[in-house]
Write a protein that binds this ligand. Structure first.
Ligand code: CP3
Length: 346
């Protein structure tokens, strides 16, 4: 059997055409997603109903033939599995019960209890590993500890992660205990996804950019390195993609510091800089601004080609720099894929 393209790129191979998938590829910009979500009732029911979660995971594969499918779930299922209340407010986003005191922390469940809540997610992975085309790679994922902690501490998304920074600065032992709990839960969660059939796992540190200096080392790099080491120990050969979004200059060296096989780049990174300073350590992924999926046209084609050209000399997975937005047009996704797969990007 010829090896799947995504796994070849992750193993460090330079391919003539990069494999391609898209963050949030199963999402509200697709009418078939909206129909299945309607059927499920609400977003969390969709996440916890394996047949429906598998269905929405497969929809973008059927429609576009992406090289990878990403498990449909959410990074906030881990806090819920640790005992936090979680709900989504339509048009606003997630809400959680907060962890800001030791008594809040003491009410959290021990890490091995997470599987009770997360078992349906593993079932989704099992369904997908049977249902996916043989050339499509299945990616599992979790939020990185810092990003998950920012939601657990604030009880919602925050523009500057203020409440998490406050807890870090005012009660560092409690903050670090929380990060440790999430780190351990994440290892168990990703291991279980791999045992169920995930072939690659990705760690989303969406708010890495607000950690500076030693905080970046202690709360972004160190937990990612711990998770990667534990996974490599339990499941040798399973590649890990790390996404320290908005890490800026700290993208340089990130793969070496954490042991990740691939670093995902947000769209603020200069691709030619990243080719020289990040891709030299292994595979890179991402970088196309998601706004092109709304606006399309010649700028989309040019930006797509520029990324393909910049990364043509090394291992590369084509992707956006962040998730596709609900107002995106599926025709623009098709145009991006065709542009990548046509090659000849001059
Ligand atoms: O990428 C995929 O297609 C796989 C599924 C996936 C979702 N969320 C589904 C989802 C993945 C990998 C995530 C990751 C996630 N979730 C992150 C990290 C990546 C990032 O975007 O920075 C974060 C921070 C979350 C937390 C989260 N989930 C927020 C803040 C929101 C609300 C904002 C929004 O887009 O509505 C969600 C909801 C969510 N997660 C949706 C989807 C498809 C939309 C829910 C809906 O259908 O109403």
């Amino acid at each position: 059997m010829t090896r799947k393209l995504l796994l070849r790129a992750l193993a460090g191979e330079t391919l003539p055409i990069p494999p391609i998938w898209m963050m949030r590829q199963a999402g509200r910009y697709l009418p078939e997603y909206r129909a299945t979500r309607e059927k499920a009732g609400d977003f969390l029911s969709l996440c916890y109903t394996p047949e429906l979660a598998a269905e929405v995971t497969l929809q973008p594969i059927r429609r576009f033939g992406f090289d990878a499918a990403i498990l449909f779930a959410d990074i906030l299922l881990v806090p819920q599995a640790l005992g936090a209340d979680l709900w989504f407010v339509t048009g606003e986003g997630p809400r959680l019960s907060t962890v800001t005191t030791s008594s809040d922390f003491d009410r959290l469940k021990p890490v091995d209890a997470i599987h009770e809540t997360l078992a349906p997610v593993y079932e989704t992975v099992r369904i997908l590993s049977r249902a996916l085309p043989s050339e499509t790679t299945l990616i599992g994922f979790a939020g990185a500890p810092w990003t998950v902690a920012t939601y657990m501490i604030a009880g919602r998304g925050t523009p500057d992660q203020g409440p998490a920074h406050t807890l870090k600065d005012e009660d560092r032992p409690l903050f670090e205990a929380l990060l440790d709990r999430i780190t351990e839960a994440t290892v168990l969660y990703l291991s279980a996804q791999i045992e169920a059939g995930a072939e690659v796992v990705k760690l989303f540190d969406s708010w890495a950019g607000s950690l500076k200096g030693r905080d970046f080392d202690a709360y972004c790099v160190a937990p990612a390195a711990r998770i990667v080491a534990a996974l490599k120990d339990r499941h040798p050969g399973i590649p890990v993609i790390a996404f320290p979004r908005e890490a800026g200059p700290r993208y340089e060296g990130f793969a070496k510091e954490t042991g990740a096989d691939c670093v995902a780049l947000d769209n603020s990174v200069d691709a030619r800089w990243a080719a020289k300073h990040v891709q030299t350590d292994g595979c890179v992924q991402g970088n196309l601004a998601p706004g092109h999926m709304v606006t399309g046209g010649k700028p989309l084609i040019e930006a797509t080609r520029a990324i393909c050209r910049a990364f043509a000399g090394g291992p590369h997975i084509f992707n956006l720099g962040h998730g596709i937005t609900p107002d995106a047009d599926a025709d623009n996704v098709r145009l991006m894929i065709d542009t990548v797969r046509a090659g000849n990007w001059t």
